[in-house]
Structures are given as structure tokens and as C-alpha cells.
Design a protein around this ligand. Structure first.
Ligand code: GLU
Length: 281
């Protein structure tokens, strides 16, 4: 059975881009009699706002999207992330890093899908693990895993190229896990068979596929959909004036009509589908 998920981070109110993503995940599951799950990606203590979870659920209900089963909160899964971190450490694949952001930027010589690639400064140093971030020794991990592929429903079969990211952080200084580790573990934990998300996260899948191999997790398929973008090609962001779904709800907009419009490709003036270049969440 197909099982998809919508996995918003409660860092701000949802906007039309989130509505589009949720509809994609919902409809792909329902078209095949499958399940649509909701996961709240609230591991970032500095940015997550618990009071937004109720708004997210109200937004989905307003759009007519009913999710199956209980909501999974990443904040309730910290032990699982720590255990996976220990497993990777025991495999000799993680090393502690005390570099500041400025040091990472100053030493970086290459640019990867997520920005500057870490130069490996702490890789072979004796670094105090107390309060450190833990990075994956990417070359070692890739050698151990061997060649990997993954399947995107739209883009076809991909050769996994996680080395483009360099030694990414898997356990963060200020949070128990990085997005890559938490999302990969939770997709497996929730039994997701089709990971649906925006094309802006296409590259991240290379890292997720590697983590699945290292941690012996089931391998789903992926569906990276186009994003709603503004006239300049950038993905929607509330700080650039995209209305929050809550504001539309409060203004009396009919959520079912809005959902039907988004499904039919009838987007508000100035918006279209694109790959979501540039920043903005
Ligand atoms: N939490 C991420 C976001 O809100 C989505 C992660 C995912 O779908 O894998 O952009």
C-alpha cells in the first residue's frame, strides 16, 4: 500500500506553497487507496513554535485534507535520532566538529547543493566531543555503502551522489539531529513508501539514500514535485508577502474551493509552478 506524508516545520504559518505540497502528498496517496500521514518537523528548538501545530492541523482540515493516524512529532523521537547517531559513531563514520559557522565558510573551497562544502578541518583532529556537532566522514561512508541508486517518479532513476554535500552535520550542536538524519529515520519509522516533497529538496535525497543504506532502512520511492513560485522564480515566503493560509481562513476564503483551484493549476495572479530557485521557506 502506498503511504505518503506531509512534513512541515512549525517555524511559521503555512502558505500556499505548503497547501500545494500537502495536496500533492494527499492526492498521490488517495488516488491509489493509500494513506496520507502528517509529521511535524519540530526538532529545531530555536525556530519551532508549538502553538503553530494547531494552526497547521486547522489549515489541512480547511483544505479538506484528512490525514491518517496520529501526528508524529519529531520532538518525541529524540532517542531514536540519538541511537542512530551512536550506531553511526560505532561504525566509525561520524566525527566531532567544533568549527564555528564563520570557520566553516572561511575554509570551504567548494560549493555543494546546500552551499559551501565543509573542508574537513576537524576530520583527522583530536576534537573535544563535548558540545560538538557530529559530521559524517562522507568519503568513508560512500565507500562502505557502495554504489546506490534511487527512484524519483518524475525524474526517473538517479545515481546517488551524496559526496557532493561533503561531510554534512548529522547531529547538530544545538539540536539532537539534522534534518537529513531525522527525516530519513522518520520516513522509515512511519512506513512511508513514497516520499513526496518539493523539488527544492531533490538533492537532499542523495544523502538520505546513503543514510538508508548505512542504517539498513527500507528504501521508499520519491516524488519531488514542482513548487509554487513567484514571478521571479523564487519559492513563496511569507516574508515576501505570500499570505498565510490562516489569514485566508480567517478572511472567509473557502478552503475546498482553493484546493480545487490549486489542483486544477488555477493559481493566484503572479504565481506559477517552478523549481523554487533561491531562498525562502
Ligand atoms: N520540513 C521540511 C519543510 O518544511 C520538509 C521536509 C521533507 O518533506 O522531507 O520544508
Amino acid at each position: 500500500m502506498i503511504r505518503t506524508r506531509f512534513a512541515p516545520s512549525p517555524n511559521g504559518l503555512l502558505h500556499l506553497g505548503h497547501a500545494y505540497a500537502a495536496i500533492e502528498a494527499h492526492d498521490l496517496a488517495r488516488a491509489k487507496g493509500g494513506e496520507f500521514l502528517l509529521r511535524v518537523e519540530d526538532i529545531d528548538p530555536g525556530r519551532s513554535r508549538a502553538e503553530l501545530v494547531g494552526e497547521i492541523e486547522a489549515d489541512l482540515a480547511w483544505l479538506g485534507l484528512v490525514h491518517d493516524g496520529p501526528v508524529l512529532h519529531q520532538s518525541a523521537r529524540l532517542d531514536a535520532y540519538a541511537a542512530a547517531g551512536e550506531q553511526l559513531k560505532a561504525m566509525g563514520l561520524l566525527y566531532p566538529c567544533q568549527c564555528t559557522r564563520a570557520e566553516v565558510l572561511a575554509a570551504a573551497s567548494a560549493s555543494g547543493p546546500d552551499g559551501p562544502v565543509y573542508a574537513g578541518t576537524c576530520r583527522d583532529r583530536d576534537v573535544n566531543p563535548e558540545g560538538a556537532a557530529w559530521r559524517i566522514a562522507m568519503d568513508r561512508a560512500v565507500r562502505l555503502a557502495g554504489p546506490l541508486t534511487w527512484e524519483d517518479e518524475l525524474a526517473g532513476r538517479q545515481e546517488a551522489m551524496p559526496q557532493r554535500f561533503g561531510d554534512v552535520v548529522l547531529l547538530r550542536k544545538e539540536a539532537p539531529a539534522s534534518y537529513h538524519l531525522a527525516a530519513t529515520l522518520d520516513d522509515a519509522w512511519q512506513g512511508i513508501t513514497l516520499v513526496t516533497r518539493g523539488h527544492d529538496l531533490f538533492q537532499a535525497t542523495h544523502v538520505h539514500r546513503l543514510l538508508q543504506a548505512l542504517l539498513d532502512l527500507p528504501v521508499p520511492r520519491w516524488h519531488h514535485h514542482a513548487l509554487l513560485v513567484e514571478a521571479d522564480g523564487r519559492k513563496l515566503a511569507k516574508r515576501r508577502g505570500s499570505p498565510a493560509l490562516k489569514d485566508l481562513r480567517d478572511a472567509g476564503v473557502d478552503g475546498a474551493v482553493l484546493a480545487a483551484d490549486l489542483r486544477a493549476g488555477r493559481f493566484p495572479a503572479g504565481l506559477s509552478l517552478g523549481l523554487g530557485l533561491g531562498d525562502g521557506t
